[in-house]
Ligand binder design. Structure first.
Ligand code: MG
Length: 174
């Protein structure tokens, strides 16, 4: 079976929605996804960079993220024809391990937890495909990188791109 490695944040977990919610609440702002096009929240408000990153060190931050639309159904389908791994660079936020694990067990219970890969540098990942919103992970990846559209990457070119999970389904199952 061919292997598909799938990132978590901004691919199956709606990271931006919560990050914007807590930031807007605490700083009385009304930023939306449109404000994040081609950038990151930390670059949009550089004077608050430390505070913006600090949210992610909260051990509960990643526990209640929304599931990205259609990701459960499509990954369930893919897992019948491919070996599916969830590969998250959780080492960026080591305090997130438990929340990310529990989140995967809640929302992707049909996957074998032995296929959950919490890593740092994704060049160690040995798979045929990597679906990720961060193109930096494709640089040394030996398989096919598939860029999942996120606000920060909308200007990136030169990658196979999918805009949502229905397009992932088309890419693999059509
Ligand atoms: Mg990501």
């Amino acid at each position: 079976m061919r292997r598909i490695a799938i990132d978590m944040d901004e691919v199956i977990a709606d990271f931006n929605l919560k990050h914007l919610q807590v930031f807007n609440r605490d700083y009385n702002e009304n930023l939306t996804l449109n404000d994040l096009m081609g950038t990151h929240l930390r670059d949009l408000r550089p004077q608050l960079k430390n505070e913006i990153i600090a949210y992610l060190n909260d051990p509960t931050f990643f526990r209640d993220l929304d599931v990205m639309k259609d990701s459960q159904e499509v990954i369930q389908e893919l897992s019948e024809q491919f070996e599916v791994f969830i590969t998250t660079a959780a080492m960026y936020f080591p305090t997130s391990f438990t929340a990310k694990y529990e989140w995967l067990k809640e929302h992707f219970s049909f996957l074998d937890e032995m296929n959950f890969v919490f890593c740092g540098n994704k060049s160690i990942i040995n798979a045929d495909y990597l679906i990720d919103d961060n193109e930096e992970h494709f640089q040394r990846f030996k398989g096919q990188g598939i860029l999942f559209t996120a606000p920060h990457n909308i200007h990136e070119t030169g990658y196979v791109r999918v805009n949502n999970w229905l397009e992932v389904r088309d890419y693999f199952l059509k």
